[in-house]
Design a protein around this ligand. Structure first.
Ligand SMILES: NC(=O)c1ccc[n+]([C@@H]2O[C@H](COP(=O)([O-])OP(=O)(O)OC[C@H]3O[C@@H](n4cnc5c(N)ncnc54)[C@H](OP(=O)(O)O)[C@@H]3O)[C@@H](O)[C@H]2O)c1
Length: 264
């Protein structure tokens, strides 16, 4: 199968590429990024680095050039990791964060539809703290605006600017898009919490923050290799739900990867 990966220069996306290079079910990996993506040095003895094709996109809000469409043609799945993380978003203009997190994602799935195979599986990397229940008042909680934008975009600061409001609702808009293409686009959101891995240690200080959001710390953390393996499995064998939580991602990841295959 042919797999598209975005955000492959980042923490999670790089691990997806590393594991996908050794996965026999995946015959081609199209890495879409704003800079070239190279096969990692730690790819392992079974890795087939010839499967990796790096495609640079300059304008993520425009229609993808014909040359890019030619490359993604016939793809069977996409794992979308391109985003500005909550921590990085704190020092940025929120409309730019919304454009990247929401605008690039929706423009991406629109450009893929029509040239990719059907069914096409779109695995969206979201986060545990995003809030789907619009009736819940989370306005006083940390990163409330960001958390709604990844799902809704309907918070006080966003409401002041209609263009930002229109660009919100990422998870829901992806699902709605898939419903309108009922013959072939399947969307799932993975909702990791804290992700551990090389250079990204477990942070006990996050405990009280997770608790404040009503989340139990023990169920929140997972290893980047578990997450990457779980998302590859979803792309290869499909899914029956539209959200996967950390505990489910850990179980799925553990089923398909052993600890010695974790990135170190
Ligand atoms: N890390 C965590 O603990 C954690 C926890 C829960 C959920 N998540 C979610 O997991 C996903 C991936 O996170 P990550 O930790 O892998 O993030 P990351 O390391 O910051 O990687 C983000 C990726 O997005 C790309 N990107 C960002 N802004 C861009 C722009 N303006 N144009 C083009 N590409 C852009 C980056 O490309 P460049 O390299 O070119 O900047 C990079 O490839 C995100 O949705 C995040 O919210 C992460």
């Amino acid at each position: 199968m042919k797999l598209i990966v975005t955000g492959a220069t980042g923490f999670v996306g790089a691990e997806i590429v590393r594991l996908a290079l050794s996965n026999k079910a995946i015959t081609s990996i199209i890495a879409l990024a704003r800079k070239p993506v190279e096969a990692p040095d730690n790819a392992g003895p079974d890795a087939d680095t010839a499967k990796l094709h790096s495609i640079v996109i300059e304008d993520w809000m425009a229609e993808y050039p014909q040359s890019v469409k030619e490359q993604i043609k016939g793809a069977d799945a996409c794992i979308w990791n391109l985003a500005i993380t909550p921590t990085k978003s704190m020092n940025m203009d929120f409309s730019e964060v919304t454009k990247v997190c929401h605008g690039y994602t929706l423009n991406g799935i629109r450009n893929m539809t029509g040239v990719v195979n059907e069914p096409f599986r779109f695995i969206y990397t979201s986060g545990i703290a995003v809030e789907r229940d619009q009736s819940k008042n989370i306005h006083t909680q940390p990163l409330a605006e960001y958390r709604h934008m990844r799902v809704y975009g309907s918070l006080p600061r966003a409401i002041q600017s209609t263009d930002v409001l229109d660009q919100g609702r990422t998870e829901n808009d992806l699902l709605e898009f898939a419903q309108h293409h009922e013959t072939g686009i399947e969307v799932v959101s993975t909702r990791p919490g804290g992700i551990e891995g090389p250079g990204h240690p477990f942070k006990p200080e996050m405990g009280p923050i997770w608790k404040g959001l009503g989340l139990e710390d023990i169920h929140v953390w997972l290893h980047v290799s578990q997450l990457a393996a779980a998302m590859i499995e979803l792309s290869v064998n499909g899914f029956t739900k539209d959200i996967l939580w950390p505990k489910e991602l850990v179980e799925l990841g553990n089923r398909v990867i052993s600890k010695e295959d974790y990135v170190s």
